[in-house]
Design a protein around this ligand. Sequence first.
Ligand SMILES: C[S@@+](CC[C@H](N)C(=O)[O-])C[C@H]1O[C@@H](n2cnc3c(N)ncnc32)[C@H](O)[C@@H]1O
Length: 267
Amino acid sequence: MEDIVNPQRYLERMSKPLQEKLKIAKYIPQAASTLLDVGCADGTITLALADMYPEMSFVGIDLNEDFINIARGRIGERKNVSFEHGYLRERLSNPERFDVVLFCSVLHEFFSYGEGISTIVKALSDAHETLNKGGVLILRDMILYDYADKSELWVEETKNKVIAKEEVTHLLTDFETIFGPTKTIKQLNHFLLKYMYADNWEREGGENYVPVSFEQYDQIFKLLGMQVLFQRSSTIPYLKEKWESDFGFSEAELESFRSTGIVVARK
Ligand SMILES: C[S@@+](CC[C@H](N)C(=O)[O-])C[C@H]1O[C@@H](n2cnc3c(N)ncnc32)[C@H](O)[C@@H]1O
C-alpha cells in the first residue's frame, strides 16, 4: 500500500466526520451481539460503537499495524473491544462468526491498493463467510450510480465553474492525467470528492474514490444470495456547503453530485 505521508493528519481526517459516520449505527440489528469492523484504522468508530453498545462485543481489524497499535492503546477500561492486525481473509481460519460486518470508508481503498473489482468481490465474499446466518453487512463509502458514468448533463457548465477557481485548476489537470478527461457526472463528482486533499495529493490523487457503483454492489449481493435491506445515496451537508462556496454551484447543479452511499445487506 502507498505510504501515508502524514498518518496523524490522515487519522484526523478520518475521524472528523465521526457523528456523520456513526449514522450507520441505526442499521445494527437489535439482536446483534458481535460486530467486526473491517479497516478500523485507529479504532475511532469501533470504540465509539463499543461505548454506544456496551452489551455487544467488537473486533476491529486493519492492515496497518501502526494504526492497530494506536487503537489498542485507546481501549482503556473497555472489555468489549479488541483489535487485530491483518487481512479479513486471514480471519476465515478463525471459527468466530459475527452478527454484523462493517466496511466504513474502506472498500475504495481495497479496490485501489488491491486488485480492483476482484478484491471487492473477495472482500464481500469473505464478509459473507464471516457472518452468522441472518447477520448483516453494513457498507458505507463513496458510491455513485451507473448513469453518472454515462451522463454529461450540465458537466461542461459545472466544470467551467471548477476551472475558474485558480488554485484547483492544476489539480484537475493532474486528475485528468490519471483518470482521463472529465466528461461525465461521475468523473466530475469524483474530482469534487478529492480536490480538498491537495496536501496529501500524491496518495489521494491516484486513489479511485468511486470505483464500485450501487448497481455493481447489487450484483455482488445477488450472487452471494444476500438480501439488500437498505440503500441510500446522499451528500453530507459539509460538502454541499463547501462545493457551493468554492464554486458557486446552484442548488440544481449540486443535485448532480453525491458524497456518500450506504448499503445494508442480510445473509
Ligand atoms: C479511509 S480509512 C477508514 C477508517 C475507518 N473505518 C473510518 O471510517 O474512519 C481506511 C482504512 O482501511 C485500511 N485498509 C485498506 N485496505 C485494507 C485491507 N485490504 N484490509 C484491511 N484494512 C485495509 C487502511 O489501513 C485504513 O486504515
